[in-house]
Design a protein around this ligand. Structure first.
Ligand SMILES: Nc1ncnc2c1ncn2[C@@H]1O[C@H](COP(=O)(O)OP(=O)(O)O)[C@@H](O)[C@H]1O
Ligand SMILES: [Mg+2]
Length: 271
């Protein structure tokens, strides 16, 4: 018999439906996380190392990275190809676990979690945005944005309303029936941002989100990200573009698996 926790995408692989576990409940309910939860950094990376063991070769992709990010802060991560940006992003996004050191997300040590807990954490707390948008083709913007809620088991009118609200919040309220091929790159990325936001995550992770956009669309997406910070959401974005990084509050530069520069661009917006 199939597990009741598994559902199928239409015609696709089984999809996990989030499960309430004590660790996940603690994260979803600030009052269960103890005092001073609001002063604690949202992301607390402590001497994290990551080694990829390829048999003969061991790649030290991260060599002791420490980094704290506050609620509502927008941080840009820069660095040349191979410097460890994606490895760090995967760890921040609970897609992978460190080899050494600790990573606390909202004060909870992610290292102690099993794969199911990590998946729940991702579904509930983190929104991902990618360079290539990753929208489902031949499917309306509205249905694309509804998907994360569908996977979480939400149905009917509430699901539709939340997706509509997310699309309106990124200025795409008048394009909800359009399919990705009927939208410009900038519009597709705004739909992807709505999809990342629809589950109400506290952390947005974006890997080169403006890499495929013209300057006008880049400015639009960055404006949305800044507004998210003002709502108390934390944004971490990887970028190669110095002018994009300058829109963040802090710029962190990685080189060969280490942070070689941390620079505050401007003071965080008062909450
Ligand atoms: N899955 C993997 N297995 C082995 N080595 C990897 C893997 N992923 C990344 N690496 C290596 O780790 C280093 C950092 O890679 P990555 O984090 O992807 O860098 P960036 O995103 O900055 O380009 C590189 O030397 C890369 O070859
Ligand atoms: Mg990368």
């Amino acid at each position: 018999m199939r597990s009741p926790l598994r559902r199928r995408r239409p015609g696709g692989a089984p999809v996990r439906v989030p499960r309430e576990t004590p660790a996940v409940r603690r994260l979803a309910r600030p009052e269960l996380r103890g005092e001073h939860a609001s002063k604690r950094p949202v992301l607390d990376v402590q001497s994290v190392t990551k080694v990829y063991d390829l048999g003969q070769i061991r790649v030290r992709a991260l060599r002791g990275v420490s980094l704290q990010v506050a609620r509502g802060e927008m941080v840009a991560i820069m660095g040349s190809s191979g410097s460890g940006k994606s490895t760090l992003m995967n760890i921040l996004g609970c897609l992978d676990v460190p080899t050494g050191g600790r990573y606390l997300l909202d004060g909870v040590d992610v290292g102690g979690m099993d794969a199911d807990d990590l998946a729940d954490l991702r579904n509930r707390r983190i929104g991902f945005v990618f360079q290539s948008f990753n929208l489902v083709p031949r499917t309306s913007a509205l249905v694309n944005v509804e998907l994360p809620l569908a996977y979480a088991g939400l149905r009917g009118a509430p699901r539709r309303q939340r997706a509509e609200r997310a699309l309106r919040s990124v200025g795409m309220g008048n394009r909800m029936a359009h399919q990705p091929s009927e939208l410009s790159g900038g519009q597709q990325q705004r739909v992807a941002v709505a999809r990342a936001l629809v589950t109400d995550p506290s952390l947005i992770l974006a890997d080169e989100p403006t890499g495929n956009l013209d300057s006008h669309s880049t400015a639009e997406v960055l404006r949305i990200f800044s507004a998210l910070g003002e709502e108390g959401r934390t944004v971490v974005l990887i970028t190669h573009e110095p002018d994009v990084a300058e829109q963040a509050e802090r710029v962190i530069r990685l080189s060969d698996g280490e942070i070689v520069e941390q620079r505050r661009v401007r003071e965080p917006e008062p909450a």
